[in-house]
Design a protein around this ligand. Structure first.
Ligand SMILES: Cc1cc2nc3c(=O)[nH]c(=O)nc-3n(C[C@H](O)[C@H](O)[C@H](O)COP(=O)(O)OP(=O)(O)OC[C@H]3O[C@@H](n4cnc5c(N)ncnc54)[C@H](O)[C@@H]3O)c2cc1C
Ligand SMILES: NC(=O)c1ccc[n+]([C@@H]2O[C@H](COP(=O)([O-])OP(=O)(O)OC[C@H]3O[C@@H](n4cnc5c(N)ncnc54)[C@H](OP(=O)(O)O)[C@@H]3O)[C@@H](O)[C@H]2O)c1
Length: 531
């Protein structure tokens, strides 16, 4: 909305909840983001605390989002408690007809929470119709539970729930709980529940998210290492970089005093190395909650399949876990009820965003229909990715950048799809919007002429270059040149932002320099990403 209004368009948003903030307005107690305030923030709204990065709680992040909406005067065009019921193209008027019901949604239960499910639909409730030239779909990827049917589930007599029903750990006091799924939900929740439950188990059917703790042993946020120096490396070096880092960190943790923190760090290294993953090839689990639960509270990790019996899970290796509750932290699915009957072909694009041009545009609608927030950086943050998508979209809607033909967009989308599926072999089939944060954002920036001129910066402003390469990967780097340039503001932020740790930066730099040399010698597989 902000990017469109800045270019003189009128943008209207409909939101089912009574407040802005999406998942953060309804997530569980003690929600803390897994991306730091630096990596999560938009580059056009700063709270001025870049020198003190932290992990926002849901409440703090809602404050940030409200501050953003207030700064840019967006709230007047957001219809809260309004459910979009149907979206259909009218070919006669060439407009999109959007049918909504106002006064839906739920009351807030705590100052910021909307726990209750919406009231049942009343068919007599009046509908309101709006018309628009373009359609921007930003309904999120974490609003519809993906609850598989587990083997033997019908025989299970205990309670079976999905993450979306989980709100508070205390209710599990005295119970035995088995969590299924080792993404960030599973990890966070395992840790919380292990503080109250009698016994907690966690099942990981294959590979858990590649683990990094939120903070390093010196208390600094870990995602300072989500930086250009690391992700400029070619994909072929990815797992090597991961392996070297894990080895170094595990060794350092084992050399230090055997505090819980060091034991957790050591275990993280072991788990990651056991499954042979790196930040280049696997989505991140950027909180080590379940490792903390294993190391400090005796939670059990099962790396195998299971079937359910009346009161327990039986694993492939014959071991068992008695459980009063099975909590499926099995992720979410993308579904689009307002489009399902009227435009199932558009809904299908949202289910597999890789078929969209740059995971945003529906090729046949050439800029008229776009999806936002369906790309998930394996490491990195969703909101700034959406910032880049929105900047590009606003340029295109305003006719300042031209999209390729529909046929060309389809071809490019298929080529990109192949690339992402190759990179994220294990996850690609289930998590359809997975991207590499830098490669993806650079691609969008390139289309806008906003890529930072790194060589020029290196010679003219070496300090800034250093911050861009070794500091957290924020979108300020795409405000140095191009249509959204605001170099003074960007430079001020860079001045404050800290950089990653010496060990990781040295390792990733060694690999990057090697890659550069090999690529100059003609080995194209080692070509760095924009370096
Ligand atoms: C617990 C949790 C923590 C997370 N933490 C991080 C993090 O630290 N960093 C990170 O990068 N990502 C994180 N994520 C991923 C996260 O979902 C996104 O970063 C963020 O929510 C994306 O915003 P969004 O607006 O695309 O989607 P959402 O936040 O899901 O917002 C979509 C909105 O669309 C509304 N909507 C849907 N359908 C309709 C309809 N028919 N009519 C009206 N309104 C509708 C929904 O009510 C919702 O408010 C987290 C996810 C979860 C579940
Ligand atoms: N604090 C935070 O910031 C926070 C907290 C929660 C969530 N999030 C975000 O929210 C999004 C969703 O996270 P999530 O953890 O809910 O989902 P997720 O990342 O998609 O992980 C789902 C997990 O469930 C497993 N799974 C899926 N289907 C399964 C099945 N049939 N049987 C066994 N296991 C199954 C997956 O295993 P496979 O990998 O083998 O498929 C994976 O381990 C992510 O973007 C995440 O970053 C953030």
């Amino acid at each position: 909305m902000k990017e469109l209004t800045a270019l003189g368009h009128t943008a209207t948003a409909f939101e089912l909840l009574p407040v802005i903030g999406g998942v953060y307005a309804k997530s569980y107690d003690n929600t803390y983001l897994t991306t730091s305030s630096l990596l999560t923030a938009f580059s056009d709204y700063s709270q001025g605390c870049e020198d003190k990065p932290k992990f926002w709680s849901d409440v703090e992040y809602l404050e940030y989002l409200n501050g953003y909406a207030d700064k840019y005067g967006l709230k007047k065009n957001i219809h809260l408690k309004t459910q979009v019921e149907k979206v259909k193209k009218c070919y006669k008027s060439n407009k999109w007809i959007v049918t909504v019901k106002h006064n839906r949604g739920t009351p807030t239960i705590k100052p910021h929470r909307c726990y209750a499910t919406p009231p049942p639909e009343d068919p007599n409730e009046p509908e309101t119709v709006y018309t628009f030239d373009c359609l921007a779909i930003a309904t999120g990827t974490n609003n519809f539970a993906s609850l598989p049917k587990f083997e033997g589930q019908d025989n299970y007599k205990g309670k079976l729930i999905h993450t979306e029903e989980y709100k508070n750990a205390e209710v599990f006091k005295g119970q035995t709980v088995l969590l299924v799924g080792a993404g960030e939900s599973g990890s966070d929740i395992c840790n919380e529940i292990s503080k109250f439950a009698t016994k907690v188990g966690m099942v990981c059917r294959g590979k858990h998210g590649h683990l990094i703790p939120r903070t390093q042993s010196d208390g600094r946020v870990t995602d300072l290492n989500t930086n250009r120096c690391r992700y400029s490396n070619p994909y072929v070096f990815g797992d090597w970089i991961g392996w070297t880092n894990q080895l170094a960190k595990r060794w350092i943790a084992s050399m230090g005093p055997q505090t819980d923190e060091n034991k957790i760090l050591k275990k993280i290294g072991e788990y990651n190395m056991e499954q042979g993953t790196s930040a280049f090839s696997k989505f991140g689990c950027k909180n080590a909650g379940f490792v903390e639960a294993v190391v400090t509270r005796g939670a059990e990790l099962f790396r195998t399949n299971f079937r359910l019996e009346a009161d327990r899970a039986v694993f492939t290796d014959g071991s068992t876990f008695q459980c009063d509750v099975v909590l499926a932290c099995t992720g979410y699915k993308n579904i689009f009820p307002p489009l399902e009957h009227s435009h199932p072909e558009i809904a299908a694009f949202g289910q597999n965003p890789r078929l969209l041009f740059k995971q945003i545009f529906v090729p046949e609608w050439e800029g008229e229909v776009a999806f936002f927030g369906f790309s998930r950086p394996a490491f990195g943050s969703v909101p700034p990715t959406v910032e880049m998508q929105s900047r590009l979209y606003a340029q295109i809607v305003s006719g300042l950048i031209k999209l390729p033909s529909a046929c060309e967009m389809e071809k490019i989308a298929l080529r990109d799809k192949e690339n992402w599926e190759f990179r994220f072999g294990y996850d690609a089939a289930r998590v359809k919007g997975l991207v590499d944060f830098q490669v993806y954002c650079d691609d969008l920036a390139g289309m806008m002429g906003a890529l930072p001129p790194l060589r020029k910066i290196f010679f003219e402003k070496p300090k800034l270059w250093f911050k861009i390469m070794f500091g957290p990967f924020t979108m300020h780097q795409y405000r140095l040149v191009g249509p959204y340039a605001n170099p003074e503001v960007a430079a001020k932020v860079y001045e404050k932002q800290p950089v990653g740790d010496l060990l990781e930066c040295s390792i990733t730099l060694c690999f990057l320099v090697t890659a550069k040399i090999l690529s100059l010698l003609g080995f194209s597989m080692f070509n760095p990403n924009y370096f």
